[in-house]
Design a protein around this ligand. Sequence first.
Ligand code: ZN
Ligand code: ZN
Length: 170
Amino acid sequence: MISSLRSFLYPSICQSCRQKETRELLLCPTCLEEFSLLNKTFRCKRCFRQEEGLYCSYCEEHPTFFSKRAFCFDAASAALFLLRDLNRFSKTIASLLFIQYSRLEFPPPQAILGSPGFSEVVIEFRKLITIEKEETALQKVLYLSETASLPAVDPFIGKNAFHLALFESY
Ligand SMILES: [Zn+2]
Ligand SMILES: [Zn+2]
């Protein structure tokens, strides 16, 4: 009885690769290894492209429509399983985004928006940060979405997971 309850509560197949067995965690040890947030080393301060230097060669030459953006994971990360059940994992995704937001020192926004699928994530994220209230028109908007894939605007960015972008107007 207890063991069947246990296997109900703790699925024995990894939620990411769906191949390997896992005991009490959602992920197998291999997938858990891949579950680490991207860090800013050798990444462009503006677009998060992987390249040495403060800004990448693309940002040095082109204007961008955002002032800063980042991702939590790359497209191959085991963490992408979280997107399969946004109802269940919106809080988790919001926390991951919040860690990236904090460690990459995003300026505090006046509003947070998100892609249609990320509405719950936006609600959870709002609980984690202080929104600057200003009388003036909106100047800083943070946009959260599943991925950033805008080939027309930046051809070098493939699919990435859990994306934050800050838009500023002056
Ligand atoms: Zn796995
Ligand atoms: Zn760049």
